[in-house]
Ligand binder design. Sequence first.
Ligand SMILES: [Zn+2]
Length: 240
Amino acid sequence: MRRYSFALILLAYAGAAAALTQAEVMAGAERLYRERMQELQARHQLDADPAFHQRVQRIARPLIAQAVHDYPESAGWQWEVHTAPEDDESAYAMAGGKLMVSRAYVHKLLLTDAELAMLLAHEICHAVLRHNLQEYEEAMRLEPAWRERPFAELQDAVDSDSALMRKLAPLGMRQEAEADREGLKLAWRVGWPAPLLARYFQKLVRSSHAPNFEQFAHPAPAQRWRAAQDLAAALDAAGR
Ligand SMILES: [Zn+2]
C-alpha cells in the first residue's frame, strides 16, 4: 500500500516543473519559438525583407561563432536568427539560441551595424548565460507551488502573471545589466570597437521618454549608457 502511494506521488510529479533542467527549458523554448515562427509565416512576415534579414545574419554569424567558442555548451545548440517587420519586442533570445529581431525597432532607432551588433550580442548573452532557466528557478523559489505545476504553465506565467513578474523584476534587472556587460565584451572580442557598441545605449537614451527611470525589469537607459561608456573605456585602455 505504501509503495502504491509512492507511485502516485511520482506520477503527480511527472511533467511538473520541479528540478527543471536546461534541456527541458530548451525544449519548451523550441515549442514556443516554432509557434511564433509559424504565425509569422502564415502572415508572410517571416524573414520577409531579404536585405534586412541578410544584414542581421551577417552581423549575427560571427557573434554566434564567438559565443560558441566562449560558452562551449552552446556549440550543440540549433542556433536560429529570424526577423520580422515588427514585433511586440525589439528583439529577444530564447533558451537554446533562438533569436528574433524586429525591423521596425532597428529602423526606428536608426541602428548602425555596430549598434545592431550590440543588440544581438545582448540577446545572445541572455541565451548563453541561461537566463531563462535562472528565471524559472527564481519563480519556483519565490512561489514554491510552481514546483508541482506543469512547466508549460510556468513558461506562460513569467510573461503574463503580473504579480509573479513584479517579484521577478529584481532578477530581471540583474540579468539585463549582465547581458549588457557580457554582450558588449562578446561583440568587442569579435572585433567591434567598444565605443561604437556603447552608442547603442545612447540611442536608447535619446529614444526614451524617461531616460533616468527604470523601465519594467530594465535598468534606466541613462544608467545603461553610463555603464556601457565606462566598460568601453576600460576595454579600450586594456587593449586587445
Ligand atoms: Zn535583455
